[in-house]
Design a protein around this ligand. Structure first.
Ligand SMILES: Cc1ncc(C[n+]2csc(CCOP(=O)(O)OP(=O)(O)O)c2C)c(N)n1
Length: 932
C-alpha cells in the first residue's frame, strides 16, 4: 500500500504515524513498520515508481490538505451565504489554506485523493477538489452534520452532500413549475394585502420557498410510501400553506377575511366560540398523489402544537386492533413541524418534543423540521433570542442533521428538502431544514418594523422577491420567455379576483361550523361485567408463563389477587386490581388502550405492576398484552420526565384516533400544571374553539396526607375554572369499584359522548380496606356521581347536618371517633365534581327532611379545591331549605402545611368541625367553619 492510496482522515493519521516512524521506527507496531519499510526509494524503484517517501515538509503539507478538507466539511457552513439580505457570513479561519500551512500552489501540486470523497474522483488536483468542496459546503447551503455521532449516518450525509446522488436534474418543466408555485404564493399575499389593507395575515413573504419545500417533502415522502402527512405550524405563512398545501378553498379564506357577523348561525348551545383564521386547522379531502395532509389547529402559544402533531402522527401510524402490543409503522405517516426561529430556540416545549423523537413509545419514524427563519422574533434579533450559533442549535444535542439554506435560492432549498426525506426514509430519524429568509413586513401587517430594525428594512425595501429573482434567472438563461413571469402573475391575480367576485353577500355567508356531538349521555351507561367473565379474565391475567420468575415481594399480592373472586361479597378488589380489570374488560370489548406517564409501568406507588420483570433475566411480561380474551392492543410506556410535551403528545394521539382509550398519569397531581398550556389551549378548549372532541383520561394522584405543599393537591380548582358547556368530566372516586366503572364508562362513551376525563386518584388509600370493593360491586354497579351515607339513611329523620365531601377526606371522616358519636351527621360523597351532579345531589338532600345545615367540607384551602365552584351551585340547589356552611382550611397562598405534624393537627380540627353542629368545639385559626 502506498501513501497516496490513503485519503481524507485516514491519510492524516497515516502521515502522523509515518512521521513518528521516521523519527523512531520502533515507535510504531511491527505491521505498520513493515508497510513503512516498503516506502523507501529502493522499494519504489523496484516497483518502477518515481516517488520517494515524503519528507517532513511534504508530510506537513499533506496533513494540511487533509485538515483543510476536514475543516471545510465541519465548518464550511460558517462561510455559507445563507442570508438573502446579504449579511456577511461569520466564516472561520480554519477554512483558509494558510491556517494549515499550505498555499494554493501546494494544493495544485498535491493529489486530489488527499481530499477524499466523490469530489476527489473528478478532480485533477487537491486544489480542484477543495474548490468543489467549497462550492458544496460554503455556498447557499450550509451542511451542519458534524455532531452526528453514528458513523453510518455521518458517512451517508457526507456522501449525499458531496455526490448529490439524490438530486434528479431540474428539467425545464420543473423550473417553470417552481416559478408558477412561487407566483401563486406571492400573488396570494399581494391580493390579501391589497384587498384587506392592514388586516393581520402573518404573511409568508420573504420565506416564500416554504411552500415548494413542503411540496417537495410531501411528494418525496409519498414516493417512499407515506400516506399521511401531519403538519404542525404556527401563524407565519399559515394561511398561504392552508391555501396551497392543504387546498383550503380561496373562497373560504377570503370569506373569513370579510369576517361576517354570523353569530346567530353559530351553535352557542355547544359553547362553540370558534377561533381566528390563522389558527384554523385543515385536512385535505382528496389525496394529493397518495398522500392525505392534515394540519391540526393551533393556539397562539408558539410551538405548543409540536408534540400534538407528533402524537397525531404516532397514532396514525399505529395499528391497534389486535391483541398484544400496538404495532407502529413509521413509514406510513410523516410529521412535518414548521418552527419560528425565535420560538424554536426559546420555547422549552421544542426540547421536550425533540426528546421524544427516539423513545420507543413516541418515535414517529422521523419528523422533518423546518425553521421558517426570518431572522426576527417580533422585534427581537437573533442576539436577543438565542445563545446558540444558529436558531437551530438545540437540534444538535439531539443528533439531528441540519441543513441551513438561503431561502432566495430555490434549487438549494429543494435539494435540502430532498435530502430531508431521503434521510428520513433511510434512517427513520428527524431532520432539520433551517430555511433562512426574511420578513417583508412587520410582525403582522399593521406593525411598523423600521422602528426597531431600520437598517434591515431599508435592505428589505429594495430587495426583489424570490419569484422575481427566479423568474429573471430563468429568463436570463433562456429557460423561459421574457413575458412568462408577468403572465403568471396575471393568471393568479385573475383567479383570486374571480373567486372574490363570486363570494356570496356577507349576510348569506355561513361559516362552516364543525359538528360537535351534544354532550350529556354519560349518566346511564351500563358498565357492570358478569362475575364469571371477570373471574376468567382475572385468572388469565395471573397466568404464569413457563419459567417466568416473579419478584418474591410480588408473590403475596398475586396470591391475594388470585383469591379475589372466592367470595363475591368480600372487599377483595383494591384500586390496582380494579384498574387492571377495567382495562382488561375494555380490551375484551375491542377498544385499544394506550397508557403513559412517568413510571406508569410499575406505578409511582408500586401498586400497578402492569409490566413484570423476570427476577432472574429481566425479561418483561405484560399480562394485558398476553391474556387470550383481549381483542385489541394494549401499550404502556414510562414517559420521559416531561408533562407539557407528553400531555400534548397524548392529546394529539387521542384526537387522531378517538376510538382508542388514551390514559396519561401524573406522578403526583401537582405536576399537571407543567402541562398547563396543553390543558388550557387544547384539552379543555379544543371543543369550543375548533370542534375537536378529545377524550383523554388524566390520572392525578391527589389528597392531603402530610407530604407538604407539592404532593398534596392536583389543584382540582384548575379544571373547575376551565369547566363550562360540559367540556370535561372531573371525578374524585372513593372506591375501587367507582374507578372501575368510570374507566369503563369513559371507554363506552368514546364515540357517543367524548370528553376529557380527569380522575383524582388516591395515594396512601390505594390499598386501604375502605377503598376496596367487592367483586359484586364490579358486576352490579355503575359509576355513581353522588354516594349517599348508607349508614345514615335508616335514621334520615334524625339527621341535622349533611356533610358533603369529595375524595380521600371521606375516609378521614368515617374513620374518625366523632363518627360514632355524632349520629345526627350524614356524610355524602360527591364523586363527580363536573358536570355538577345536580339531580343526584338533589335526591340525596331530599332524603334528609330535617337538616339544620349543609356543609361543604374539603381538605384544600378555601381559595382552592372545589369550594369556589360548588358554592353558588349548592346555594342555588339548597335555596332557603337551610344554611350552607364551609368547613376547610382557611384561604392560603400554599396548598398545604409543610410539616406532617402540623398537617395532622389541621386535619383533625377539620374533621372535628364537620361533626360540630352546635359549635362546642372551638374554631382553630387554620380551619374555617363558617356559614355563607
Ligand atoms: C408562547 C408564546 N409567547 C409569546 C408569544 C407572542 N409572540 C407571537 S409571535 C412572536 C415572535 C415569534 O418569532 P418567531 O418564532 O421567530 O416567528 P415569526 O413570527 O418571526 O415567524 C411572539 C413573541 C406567543 N405567541 N407565544
Amino acid at each position: 500500500m502506498r501513501l497516496d492510496e490513503f485519503s481524507g482522515v485516514n491519510a492524516g493519521y497515516v502521515l502522523e504515524l509515518f512521521e513518528r516512524y521516521q523519527q523512531n521506527p520502533q515507535s510504531v507496531d511491527p505491521q505498520t513498520r513493515r508497510i513503512f519499510e516498503s516506502w523507501t526509494p529502493a522499494a519504489d524503484e523496484a516497483a518502477g515508481r518515481a516517488s520517494a517517501p515524503p519528507t517532513a515538509v511534504e508530510v506537513h503539507k499533506i496533513v494540511g490538505v487533509v485538515n483543510l478538507a476536514e475543516c471545510i466539511r465541519r465548518y464550511g457552513h460558517l462561510a455559507a451565504r445563507l442570508d438573502p439580505l446579504g449579511s456577511e457570513p461569520v466564516g472561520d479561519p480554519s477554512l483558509a489554506p494558510a491556517a494549515h500551512g499550505i498555499t494554493d500552489a501546494d494544493l495544485k501540486a498535491l493529489p486530489s485523493s488527499l481530499v477524499g470523497g466523490p469530489v476527489a474522483e473528478s478532480s485533477a488536483s487537491a486544489y480542484e477538489a477543495i474548490e468543489k468542496l467549497r462550492r458544496i459546503y460554503c455556498s447557499t447551503t450550509g451542511f451542519d452534520y458534524a455532531h452526528i455521532f453514528v458513523p453510518e449516518e455521518r458517512e451517508w450525509l457526507r456522501h449525499a452532500a458531496e455526490s448529490g446522488w439524490f438530486l434528479p436534474p431540474m428539467d425545464p418543466n420543473s423550473v417553470e413549475a417552481v416559478l408558477d408555485r412561487l407566483t401563486q404564493v406571492e400573488v396570494f399575499e399581494r391580493f390579501l394585502h391589497r384587498t384587506f389593507p392592514g388586516k393581520t395575515r402573518f404573511s409568508i413573504e420573504g420565506l416564500d420557498m416554504l411552500v415548494p419545500v413542503l411540496d417537495e417533502i410531501i411528494c418525496g415522502a409519498a414516493e417512499h410510501g407515506a400516506r399521511h402527512a401531519l403538519l404542525g405550524m404556527a401563524h407565519r405563512g399559515r394561511l398561504n400553506v392552508l391555501a396551497h398545501v392543504l387546498d383550503k378553498p380561496y373562497a373560504e379564506i377570503l370569506a373569513e377575511f370579510k369576517d361576517p357577523v354570523a353569530a346567530r348561525s353559530l351553535r352557542t348551545d355547544l359553547g362553540w366560540m370558534g377561533d381566528v383564521k390563522y389558527h384554523a386547522g385543515a385536512r385535505t379531502t382528496a389525496p394529493r398523489g397518495q398522500m392525505y395532509i392534515t394540519m391540526p389547529p393551533n393556539p397562539s402559544h408558539l410551538e405548543a402544537v409540536d408534540p400534538v402533531a407528533v402524537g397525531m402522527a404516532r397514532a396514525a401510524g399505529t395499528s391497534a386492533n389486535q391483541r398484544g402490543a400496538a404495532q407502529f409503522d413509521g413509514g406510513i405517516t410523516v410529521p412535518i413541524l414548521i418552527h419560528g426561529d425565535a420560538a424554536f430556540s426559546g420555547q422549552g416545549i421544542v426540547a421536550e418534543t425533540l426528546n421524544l423523537s427516539r423513545l420507543p413509545g413516541y418515535s414517529t419514524g422521523g419528523t422533518i423540521h423546518v425553521i421558517a427563519n426570518n431572522q426576527l422574533g417580533f422585534t427581537a434579533t437573533p442576539q436577543d433570542s438565542y445563545s446558540t450559533s444558529y436558531a437551530s442549535g438545540l437540534a444538535r444535542g439531539f443528533k439531528i442533521p441540519i441543513v441551513h439554506v438561503n431561502a432566495d435560492d430555490p434549487v438549494a432549498c429543494l435539494e435540502a428538502a430532498r435530502l430531508a426525506w431521503e434521510y428520513r426514509a433511510r434512517f427513520g430519524l428527524d431532520f432539520l431544514i433551517d430555511l433562512v429568509g426574511y420578513r417583508r413586513y412587520g410582525h403582522n401587517e399593521g406593525d411598523e418594523p423600521s422602528f426597531t430594525q431600520p437598517m434591515m428594512y431599508k435592505v428589505i425595501g429594495s430587495h426583489p422577491t424570490v419569484r422575481e429573482r427566479w423568474g429573471q434567472t430563468l429568463v436570463d438563461n433562456g429557460s423561459i420567455p421574457a413575458e412568462l413571469p408577468e403572465a403568471l402573475v396575471r393568471k393568479h391575480f385573475d383567479e383570486l379576483e374571480a373567486v372574490y367576485a363570486a363570494l356570496k353577500p356577507e349576510q348569506a355567508y355561513v361559516p362552516p361550523v364543525t359538528s360537535v356531538p351534544p354532550p350529556g349521555s354519560a349518566s346511564r351507561v351500563a358498565t357492570g361485567v358478569p362475575l364469571d367473565r371477570l373471574r376468567e379474565i382475572n385468572d388469565a391475567l395471573l397466568a404464569r408463563p413457563a419459567g417466568f420468575v416473579f419478584h418474591r415481594k410480588l408473590e403475596r399480592g398475586m396470591e391475594r389477587r388470585r383469591a379475589a373472586f372466592a367470595n363475591a361479597d368480600e372487599r377483595s378488589i383494591d384500586w390496582a386490581t380494579a384498574e387492571d380489570l377495567a382495562l382488561a374488560t375494555i380490551l375484551v370489548d375491542g377498544i385499544p388502550v394506550r397508557m403513559t406517564g412517568e413510571d406508569v409501568e410499575r406505578g409511582t406507588f408500586s401498586h400497578r405492576h402492569a409490566v413484570f420483570h423476570d427476577a432472574g433475566t429481566g425479561t418483561q411480561l405484560i399480562p394485558l398484552q398476553e391474556f387470550p380474551q383481549a381483542r385489541a392492543s394494549f401499550e404502556i410506556h414510562n414517559s420521559p420526565l416531561s408533562e407539557n410535551a407528553t400531555v400534548g403528545f397524548e392529546f394529539g394521539y387521542n384526537v387522531q384516533e378517538p376510538k382508542r382509550l388514551v390514559i396519561w398519569e401524573a406522578q403526583y397531581g401537582d405536576f399537571i400544571n407543567g402541562a398547563q398550556v396543553m390543558l388550557d389551549q387544547f384539552v379543555t378548549s379544543a371543543r369550543a374553539k375548533w370542534g375537536l372532541t378529545p377524550s383523554l383520561v388524566f390520572l392525578l394522584p391527589h389528597g392531603y396526607e402530610g407530604q407538604g405543599p407539592e404532593h398534596s393537591s392536583a389543584r382540582p380548582e384548575r379544571f373547575l375554572d376551565a369547566a363550562a358547556d360540559i367540556n370535561l368530566r372531573l371525578v374524585n372516586c372513593t372506591t375501587a369499584a367507582q374507578y372501575f366503572h368510570v374507566l369503563r364508562r369513559q371507554a363506552a362513551l368514546l364515540e357517543q359522548d367524548p370528553l376529557p376525563l380527569f380522575v383524582l386518584t388516591p395515594k396512601s388509600l390505594l390499598r386501604h380496606p375502605l377503598v376496596a370493593s367487592t367483586p359484586r360491586d364490579l358486576e352490579e354497579g355503575r359509576f355513581l356521581s353522588v354516594i349517599d351515607d348508607d349508614d345514615a339513611r335508616d335514621r334520615a329523620g334524625g339527621i341535622d347536618r349533611v356533610a358533603l365531601c369529595s375524595g380521600k377526606v371521606y375516609v378521614d371522616l368515617i374513620t374518625s371517633d366523632h363518627r360514632g358519636t355524632a349520629r345526627n351527621v350524614a356524610i355524602c360523597r360527591v364523586e363527580q365534581l363536573y358536570p355538577f351532579p345536580k339531580i343526584a345531589l338533589n335526591e340525596v338532600l331530599g332524603r334528609y327532611p330535617s337538616v339544620r345545615d349543609v356543609v361543604w367540607l374539603q381538605e384544600e384551602p378555601e381559595n382552592m379545591g372545589a369550594w369556589q365552584f360548588m358554592r353558588p351551585l349548592l346555594e342555588d340547589l339548597i335555596g332557603d331549605r337551610c344554611p350552607l356552611r364551609y368547613v376547610g382550611r382557611a384561604r392560603s397562598a400554599s396548598p398545604s402545611e409543610g410539616s406532617a405534624a402540623w398537617h395532622q393537627v389541621t386535619q383533625r380540627k377539620l374533621i372535628q368541625q364537620a361533626f360540630d353542629i352546635d359549635g362546642t368545639i372551638s374554631e382553630p385559626s387554620m380551619v374555617l367553619s363558617k356559614e355563607v
